[in-house]
Design a protein around this ligand. Structure first.
Ligand SMILES: NC(=O)c1ccc[n+]([C@@H]2O[C@H](COP(=O)([O-])OP(=O)(O)OC[C@H]3O[C@@H](n4cnc5c(N)ncnc54)[C@H](O)[C@@H]3O)[C@@H](O)[C@H]2O)c1
Ligand SMILES: CC(=O)N[C@@H]1[C@@H](OP(=O)(O)OP(=O)(O)OC[C@H]2O[C@@H](n3ccc(=O)[nH]c3=O)[C@H](O)[C@@H]2O)O[C@H](CO)[C@@H](O)[C@@H]1O
Length: 420
């Protein structure tokens, strides 16, 4: 069920909002894209941007030429889709909903009877039905009768945005018992996965549970890696053997969990309750992995004092330039508190400065280095050549947190490889 030629206003044109606006425009809708950041709006209007996902870059460019209009003021529209940030405020120990509130107020001021509002930001359960509903209803329209207020979480995997936007199943929840048909019809225009419906609070909860599930499972893999180290056995080999069981599927250990979703979203679940013990423990296990990496490094070098350490990989995961909440930051901070003489950083996807340190090319980062720590599973690191390292490094220590190098080959080249 869809009105004729509905217009859509997307609020917030970041990682989620911009691809969403582009795919809606590509589906034939007239889409207004509004972002509060004037420089970002200018860049989008001038097509002055680069994406690390080339298919997405072409897709967004195409939409900006036809169907997606960047606007300096949000416009009245039959649909408003809100994709604004929801960071976690560590000082207040709660989700910062000020961006959602501000966008909600803007939408409320533009609302007309029968319009539909969809929140897509990740939020604590109850946000749409309580806080956002209260804001949306301020201008006198009821979310039970006059307008439709819904929540539909975004589940795209950074690095694979366009495909997952189309192919992932989608959940749609509504407030006040309203039928979700209009929202389902909107997503049905581009989603090939299944679209399921529920109430808004359940949809908010499910999104958080999915990311908490991933966090807990990665924590289990990390704990297995630490236990394997304790028993002096190979973690990855053990996990591969365990995974031969038909009901066991352990994930990959690593230096901890980065990105701006999984380390944060599980925290949204413990608002006003003291239930999530496992989820909180998983957070601590994953955040603690850089400490384990430091221990491996220190044990391998004998002492950290006076050493030069090269960190390969600043991005939070392989194949992306995104550094948000990367384990790299925590490792740099830990090492900077020791007597380490120098920390070098290199990453094939990231340029510029991190924690006041300029990133350099791989070869340069290895010159006279005592130890290399592989932190990110960039595909390029699967082809690292031990001879290149041997020619440049002073030491022969490699801490490989992602099992990127072949231990036997590197051992034959004289390296002492320590895997997580
Ligand atoms: N990045 C992801 O992979 C991902 C995946 C799933 C869900 N999410 C969730 O989606 C939401 C958005 O995340 P993101 O990564 O796109 O954030 P982002 O920081 O990349 O983009 C948000 C944009 O919103 C703009 N903005 C802020 N307040 C605004 C307002 N009142 N009106 C209009 N624009 C406003 C900002 O200027 C920014 O450009 C968050 O809740 C996030 O947790 C993100
Ligand atoms: C449930 C889920 O899948 N949610 C996804 C997630 O996207 P993401 O990019 O953050 O997810 P990951 O790829 O899992 O990476 C997270 C970190 O975990 C490390 N890792 C991973 C696997 C492993 O076996 N061992 C590890 O150590 C990895 O290196 C990285 O640091 O959140 C988005 C926003 O909500 C979702 O939209 C998106 O669906």
């Amino acid at each position: 069920m869809m009105d004729d030629n509905p217009r859509i206003c997307v609020h917030g044109l970041g990682y989620v909002g911009l691809p969403t606006a582009a795919i809606l425009a590509n589906s034939g809708f007239d889409v207004y894209g509004f972002d509060v950041d004037p420089q970002h709006r200018r860049d989008l209007k001038n097509q002055d941007f680069t994406f690390e996902e080339p298919d997405l870059e072409r897709f967004v460019s195409g939409a900006l030429e036809d169907g997606l209009t960047i606007v300096g003021d949000p416009r009245p529209a039959e649909f408003h889709v809100i994709c604004v940030p929801t960071p976690y405020d560590e000082n207040l120990d709660r989700t910062d909903l000020t961006y959602v509130e501000a966008a909600g107020e803007t939408v409320a001021s533009l609302l007309r009877p029968d319009d539909t509002v969809i929140l897509s930001s990740t939020v604590p359960p109850g946000t749409s039905a309580e806080k956002l509903r209260e804001i949306v209803e301020r201008e006198g329209f009821s979310a039970s009768e006059d307008v439709v207020l819904g929540y539909s979480p975004e589940t795209v995997l950074p690095g694979n945005t366009l495909r997952e936007l189309r192919e992932n199943d989608r959940l749609v929840g509504t407030v006040g018992g309203r039928q979700p048909d209009r929202i389902v019809a909107l997503y049905d225009s581009f989603v090939s996965g299944d679209i399921r419906t529920t109430d808004a609070t359940t949809a908010e909860f499910v999104k958080l549970v999915q990311n908490a599930y991933r966090d807990v499972n990665i924590a289990f893999a990390n704990e297995v890696a630490k236990l394997a180290d304790e028993f002096e056995i190979d973690s990855r080999g053990s996990i591969a053997l365990a995974n031969n069981h038909p009901r066991v599927d352990i994930l990959r250990p690593g230096p901890g969990v980065g990105g701006h979703c999984i380390p944060i979203d599980p925290l949204f679940l413990n608002h006003g309750n003291d239930i999530p013990m496992l989820i909180e423990t998983a957070r601590r296990v994953n955040d603690g992995m850089v400490g384990f990496v430091e221990q491996l490094l220190e044990a391998a070098l004998g002492e950290l004092a006076g050493s030069t350490v090269t960190i390969l990989g600043v991005a939070y995961k392989g194949g992306v330039a995104d550094t948000r909440k990367s384990p790299c930051f925590a490792l740099i901070d830990r090492l900077a508190r020791t007597e380490v003489d120098e920390i070098r950083l290199t990453d094939p996807y990231v340029n510029g400065e991190v924690r006041g340190r300029e990133l350099v090319a791989l070869e340069e980062s290895l010159e006279a280095s005592d130890a290399s720590v592989i932190l990110t599973d960039h595909p390029e690191y699967g082809a690292l050549d031990p001879e290149v390292f041997a020619d440049r490094m002073a030491g022969r220590t490699v801490v490989d947190t992602r099992a990127m190098v072949d231990e036997d080959r590197w051992a034959a080249a004289g390296f002492d490889v320590h895997q997580v």
